[in-house]
Structure formats: structure tokens, C-alpha cells
Design a protein around this ligand. Structure first.
Ligand SMILES: Nc1ncnc2c1ncn2[C@@H]1O[C@H](COP(=O)(O)OP(=O)(O)O)[C@@H](O)[C@H]1O
Ligand SMILES: [Mg+2]
Length: 330
């Protein structure tokens, strides 16, 4: 099913917390049926954007439309069209799994029969049938997250908004949650999610916006973003990295060179397996000793470092020294 309609349209959105500019002139669109991710470090402005789009924070400047409704003028209609999963767990510990979903359905005035039907469907989808009468306080972290996703889907929303859907979960649980989300998406729900996990954005999304300091830096499909860095990345440690960069940037197939702490990364437009021997010959002729070599395909981490100049660490973003030297003649 290919639908070209934009189900989310955001125009020049800005948001200030006092003096702090949390969102800085953000514009983007999400097509119906897409999984779209905001990828960025802590403090990038992801939660603020999601909170504005879901009407939890007011629109200060700019505009947004969800499922055809203006977020500022028609917040009720927007709320009826969406489901939300928050970054923090928000389940009532003293309610059972079924009661949580029941309560949510009643809150949205769902009739009893469709409520029961939907609960059965969703508990099946997130594999929590056996926990139906269990108090949420007795669920594991992964089960709680699955229950929150089920709750977000209770009213059959057109768009599911999820702020860091797998934050703090173990790798296996995260992979399972990705599978549920793919299923939900296949059944027709558009998904907008935020994450600071590279692999989550990479493996789950149709398109990704990298966001940093309240701004969208770049948007694209995962392979487009990676291809933009070159076909291969060659990491080199040499006796003189600066001289090595000067020598190699003269090569036609070299797209760019990035300095790392101890070496350089050469972005190349061709299969690095065959370019590497030539590179090594050139360096040796220039009297440069090679200490270490590594060849790999660009990853989402490389994309992130390339566009933001830093890596995402779980403890927050950390600056590393990066400089991009343009290849000659390009
Ligand atoms: N309630 C708040 N009051 C003041 N500043 C806030 C508040 N919430 C977020 N911020 C600030 O806004 C910026 C963006 O935060 P946030 O949207 O939570 O980022 P992210 O979700 O990407 O980690 C940060 O600088 C953060 O400190
Ligand atoms: Mg956040």
C-alpha cells in the first residue's frame, strides 16, 4: 500500500523554555504509512517536539498538522487521531494489564464490545494474554513497555507517537519490540518515534531526521544517509596523519577525509578493497609508515558523526575532535 499523503506536516516550529531554545525552526513531513524517526542525543529537543505534536505543550511559534488537523486550532481532533507512548513509564502500578486497557478505552468513550475486542487483539499482538490479570507492578520492564504500546493503540490511532520506545531495555527485548512495531505499521499505523539509539533508527525507520541542538541536520532513508558518506570508509593510522591526508586527497576516488584522535578516516567512492593497495603504495612512496588499517561500510554512527561532529554516548553526547578536509577538485 503506497499512500503519498502527508499525515504529519510541521512548519518552522520553535519552542523556548524561558531562555533555552529547545526547538529551533524545525520543518518536516511524514507520509501516511511511514515509520519516521528523530535520532539525536539527550537534550536535542526530541521530547519537546513530540510533546508539541501531541498537544501536551502549546505551539509557541510555527505550525503543525496531524491527520489533516491543525494542532493549535483543533487539539481535540488531533488527540482523537493519535496514540502516545511516553519516554517514562506511566502505568498505574495497582491496576492489572486488562484494567489499564479497559480504563483507557473508557476514557476515549469506546463502546464495551469494541473495547473487549480490541483488548483481546492487542494482548495477542504484544503477547501479554497470559498476563491479562497481572498487576502491572509485577511485570518486567519489557512487558510494561509492551503494555504501554498496546494502550497507545487502543483507540486505533492513525499515528502512534513514541518517545524513546526501548530506552533502558535489554537487547533481546528491544528487538522484540521492533518486531511488534513493524507489525503495527504493516497493519496501517504511521509511526513517529524518537530515539538516541543508532541501530533503532537504522533498522526500524523508513526515514530518519538527525536532530541536534533543536535543529534537523539532515533527513533521509538510512541507505541514502550512509551512501552520502561514500561506498567504503578506510581508517588509517600512520606515522604522519596530516601528510597522509594531503597525499590521499589527491586521489580521484577519495571523497573526503576526516581526522580522528589517532588516525584518519578516508571516505571513498569505490570498492575500498581494490583502492586500499594503491593508497598504501602512495603513502609508502611519500615516506609515510602505515601502523593500522581498517576497511568498513559506513554505519549510522558514521553518519551521525559526519553530520554533527560528535558521537552519541548513553551518558549524553561527548565532543570528539573531528575535522573534514575536502577532497581536491570537488
Ligand atoms: N521542562 C523543561 N524546562 C526547562 N528546560 C527544558 C524542559 N524540558 C526540556 N528542557 C530543555 O530543552 C532542551 C531539549 O530537551 P528535550 O526536548 O527533552 O530533549 P531530548 O528529548 O532530545 O533529550 C534541553 O536543553 C532541555 O534541557
Ligand atoms: Mg527525550
Amino acid at each position: 500500500m503506497i499512500l503519498e499523503d502527508n499525515i504529519i506536516e510541521v512548519n518552522s516550529l520553535e519552542y523556548f523554555f524561558g531562555e533555552v531554545k529547545a526547538v529551533d525552526s524545525i520543518s518536516f513531513t511524514v507520509r501516511e504509512g511511514e515509520i519516521f524517526s528523530f535520532l539525536g542525543p539527550n537534550g536535542a529537543g526530541k521530547s519537546t517536539v513530540i510533546n508539541i505534536l501531541t498537544t501536551l505543550l502549546p505551539i509557541q511559534k510555527g505550525s503543525a498538522r496531524i491527520a489533516g488537523f491543525d494542532v493549535k486550532d483543533d487539539p481535540e481532533k488531533v488527540r482523537e487521531s493519535i496514540g502516545i507512548v511516553f519516554q517514562e513509564l506511566t502505568l498505574d502500578r495497582d491496576m492489572t494489564v486488562k484494567e489499564i486497557l479497559e480504563y483507557h478505552g473508557r476514557l476515549y468513550s469506546m463502546p464495551k464490545t469494541s473495547r473487549q475486542e480490541r483488548i483481546d487483539e492487542l494482548l495477542d499482538l504484544v503477547e501479554l494474554e497470559e498476563k491479562r490479570d497481572t498487576l502491572t507492578r509485577h511485570l518486567s520492564g519489557g512487558m510494561k513497555r509492551r503494555l504501554e504500546i498496546a494502550r497507545g493503540l487502543m483507540t486505533r490511532p492513525k499515528v502512534l507517537f513514541m518517545d524513546e520506545p526501548t530506552i533502558g531495555l535489554d537487547p533481546q527485548t528491544r528487538i522484540r519490540i521492533w518486531e511488534y512495531l513493524r507489525n503495527i505499521n504493516k497493519q496501517g499505523t504511521t509511526i513517529f518515534l524518537t530515539t538516541h539509539y543508532m541501530d533503532e533508527a537504522d533498522q526500524l525507520s523508513d526515514r530518519i531526521s538527525i536532530i541536534d541542538n533543536g535543529k534537523i541536520i539532515v533527513t533521509g532513508r538510512s541507505w541514502e544517509l550512509k551512501n552520502a558518506l561514500g561506498e567504503d570508509l578506510i581508517y588509517l593510522e600512520t606515522s604522519d596523519n596530516r601528510a597522509a591526508a594531503e597525499t590521499l586527497k589527491k586521489l580521484d576516488s577519495v571523497r573526503g577525509i576526516r581526522e580522528k584522535t589517532k588516525g584518519i578516516v578516508v571516505m571513498v567512492n569505490v570498492d575500498g578493497t581494490y583502492l586500499l593497495p594503491e593508497m598504501m603504495d602512495r603513502l609508502r612512496s611519500a615516506g609515510i609508515k602505515i601502523k593500522a588499517v581498517n576497511l568498513k561500510k559506513p554505519s549510522m554512527d558514521d553518519v551521525f558523526v559526519h553530520y554533527t561532529g560528535r558521537e552519541i554516548r548513553d551518558s549524553g553526547a561527548e565532543k570528539i575532535s573531528v575535522a573534514v578536509l575536502r577532497a581536491g577538485g570537488r
